[in-house]
Design a binder for this molecule. Structure first.
Ligand code: HSE
Length: 432
């Protein structure tokens, strides 16, 4: 067997500890699959003395993670997080020094993936980030290898487990967003600062990575349109069911007239769609490709085992001599695609309005729809006599988002409308 592949790990949180456990406790199996032993030699983290449940005494300790780039290691594994700061410095230093770089850091790749891929290729180093998207689900390898023969038509998925968990509980219990979030934080399912998760940013990082690989494009996180789940009410989940849908936070990317459309938004997904049945903290991704058709991947998108599984898969790939480009094609061949302008974004929408329960209110809403040239597919109305308010849920035929927004703004200005209209996306079964 060859000499061991030497690994330096920066960041010894949950995932770092998971990687150590796999590499130490199943070393023989990993070596057999990798074709050579894999040895952790250097580590770096914020605190040295902490009890992590694994023995790090045999590794060389580095106070400064950046020092790993100068250490005698073959692969740097970055598990610190953050799009800039120490993670970016370590990535830049490692790749310039010709060291292979494995990361679980979606923010780093979403913001700097193109530059890092170029740097890796200049110094003949390998850049890998399987764990950055959907944790334990091997979607990047699926796209780059298993689906390499295909033209990808669309990619969509449930890319954030925290949001899927919150929406699942809201749906099952009819509970409010804030209460479920507070419970999820207490139970450790949601971060103390949940902003990146619930505002859709984490899902947008992952979507931008998948879109770049799917469409052979330079990564473009800034053009992802992002809506999180803060404004979702339990009544939306209930109405979605009545209309034959489930409400999920969906990331979706596809090409429209040569332009790339990427969005993350709470979306009504038809009951028969593979994403509709994905519950709790699971992630799932659906690719539509030619000639393969639809392929569906589901599994755990976070946590020690799933994320460490993906990190170790990247290390094994490097040990085997895998040196394919990070985004599937050489960085110089990645196209700079334009983003679809907001006014060109079409789709089907769900609009919920709470209005005063008075004579003529339905007629006012109907005339507003007519004035904006919006044709209706369905209209639900619910309210209890004597309660003073009534809810309308309108689902127009396919139209431009800008038209819906203009109509919603005009509606919001009506005196009878009691709160800001909620606008959600509808994903139809035949939308590939
Ligand atoms: N916080 C993420 C989630 C996992 O809830 O899915 C890491 O991206």
């Amino acid at each position: 067997m060859q000499d061991p592949l030497k690994i330096g790990i920066a960041g010894l949180g949950t995932v770092g500890v998971g990687v150590i456990k796999i590499l130490e406790q199943t070393a023989e199996r990993i070596a057999a699959r990798a074709g050579r032993p894999i040895a952790i030699t250097h580590v770096s983290a914020r605190t040295r003395g902490k009890d992590r449940g694994v023995d790090i005494g045999g590794y060389t300790w580095c106070d400064d993670p950046g020092a790993l780039a100068d250490a005698p290691v073959d692969v740097i594994v970055e598990l610190m997080g953050g799009s800039d700061g120490p993670a970016l410095v370590l990535a830049q230093k490692s790749l310039s020094a010709g060291k292979h770089f494995v990361t679980a850091n979606k923010a780093l790749i979403a913001h700097h993936g193109q530059a890092l891929a170029e740097s890796a290729e200049r110094s003949k180093a390998v850049l890998r980030f399987e764990a950055a998207v959907a944790g334990g689900i091997p979607v990047i390898k699926a796209l780059c290898d298993g689906l390499a023969a295909n033209e990808i038509v669309s990619v969509q998925g449930i890319l954030n487990g925290t949001c899927n968990y919150i929406l699942s509980v809201m749906d099952q219990e009819g509970a409010d967003f804030g209460d479920v979030l507070a419970d999820a934080q207490r139970l450790g399912y949601a971060e103390a600062d949940p902003t990146f998760d619930i505002d859709g940013i984490d899902a947008a990082h992952k979507l931008a990575i998948l879109a770049a690989i799917s469409f052979g494009a330079q990564i473009d996180f800034d053009s992802v349109s992002v809506d999180g789940i803060r404004a979702v009410s339990p009544v939306d989940l209930d109405y979605a069911r009545q209309l034959g849908y489930r409400l999920k936070l969906i990331g979706r990317a596809h090409m429209v007239d040569g332009m790339l459309e990427q969005r993350v938004a709470p979306t009504l997904v038809p009951v028969g769609h593979p994403l509709a049945a994905v519950e709790d903290s699971f992630n799932a991704i659906v690719f539509e490709g030619v000639p393969v058709g639809q392929t569906v991947f589901e599994g755990r998108g976070a946590g020690e085992g799933p994320t460490a599984s993906a990190v170790v898969a990247d290390i094994i790939d490097i040990a085997r001599g895998g040196d394919a480009p990070a985004f599937g094609v050489p960085a110089a061949a990645l196209k700079k695609l334009s983003a679809t302008p907001t006014e060109a974004r079409q789709g089907r929408f769900y609009v919920r309005l709470t209005v005063e329960d008075e004579v003529g209110v339905a007629a006012s809403i109907a005339s507003l729809m007519r004035d904006h040239g919006i044709s209706m597919d369905s209209l639900l109305q619910r309210g209890e006599a004597g309660k003073g308010e009534v809810t309308f849920v309108l689902t127009p035929h396919r139209c431009a988002l800008s038209v819906i927004e203009a109509a919603a703004e005009a509606r919001a200005a009506l005196e009878v409308v009691l709160s800001k209209p909620a606008i959600l996306r509808i994903q139809d079964q035949d939308d590939v």
